[in-house]
Design a binder for this molecule. Sequence first.
Ligand code: CTP
Length: 411
Amino acid sequence: MDHLRDKRILLGVSGGIAAYKAPELVRRMRDAGADVRVVLTPAAARFVSTLSLEVVSEHPVGVDLWAPSQDSRIVHTDVGKDADLIVLAPATADLIARIRHGLADDLLATTVMACRTPVLVCPSMNNEMLGNPFVRENLAALEADPRYTLLQPGVGLLACGVHGPGRLPDPPEIIEAAAAVLTPKTLAGVRVTLSAGPTREAVDPVRFLTNHSTGSMGFALARAFAAAGAEVTLVAGPVSLRTPVGVAQRLDVTSAADLHAAVAATWDQTDVLVMTAAVADLRPATVAAHKVKKSELGAGMSLPLERTVDVLAAMSARPDRAGKALVGFAAETRDVERYAREKLAAKGLDWIVANDVSTEGVGFGPGDNAVLLLGADGEARPFARAPKERLATELVATLAPSLARRFGRDG
Ligand code: CTP
């Protein structure tokens, strides 16, 4: 995905074991559209080769503060200033301390200090080091400075053999965080609750009814809303997707009734409700306490069903609905615009995003989508087939001015 299209990134690598992941990170950043330059600390150069990084970045790699520059420019001031973003990954306790205390004793620390370029700090270290009070203090100081954004380290198996916090997040997460730093915060202060994925309606303890939704469009939208500065609560059906960077809260649900309860519980703190979830419309009328045996099914083998709650319609019917914006999704296989317009009106929505799930390669699952955005004010805007991540960014950018006017911090 081209999250970093036309961006200039300076990747600063310090001397932790996770430095070995730097070439892969450079490759992924370039795949995401960025031009990447790399500066290593001397300690990082013991973990990863400058040659590998020169080959994958297609640029010279800086390590030595005292190396003469080819055109006699003062390289360490230019390389940071010329970047849109500095990413420090991994950022060791030592590098974090030096930056926090204004030390400029190697090329990387000097580069960071000699410019005002925003910095994404990706701390990665042993879990005891991460918990050390002085390290915590240094991290808190960086976090309090608007120039720096921290990406929390992951929990996992660390190089020292312990399981705990301190792991460098994988490249897609770092890239997502980098893109978020570079996205204007047009939706700051706007509280978005977004549902995504399918629901499961139990038949008995081992069986359920569900649908093809994977949650990929909803998770892409949650990422895009969070990147634009919205405070996002993600209500997720059963999916196997990582929580997007910047999402404030994730509530995992299983059935339509659970999803309704979660959306209703967050309603008072919601400005915008976006329902991308493929909520099951039907559920078994009774849930068997024990696994139903084939022999018990009877000759007709029929499963009595009942309607689930229409979450969107139920929220739209609430007396305080006027103070909120509601966005629905409509998955159709024919007469897409007509059916979507009917749902927009019937459910009292501000917008509906319609997609034709019968088109090959579009709709369910990761990959592409093509949608039509319809507004209650008559707006009709098609979005041509594109990867879901890009489409999500475009949809949020389209909705943002109106949402910011109504609910934004400055609104
Ligand atoms: N929706 C909901 N609760 C349901 C069913 C749907 O909140 N029980 C929401 C979906 O999240 C979506 C919108 O309503 O935002 C439209 O969903 P869709 O399944 O396309 O439409 P339905 O209203 O279920 O109509 P139909 O199945 O007849 O097409």
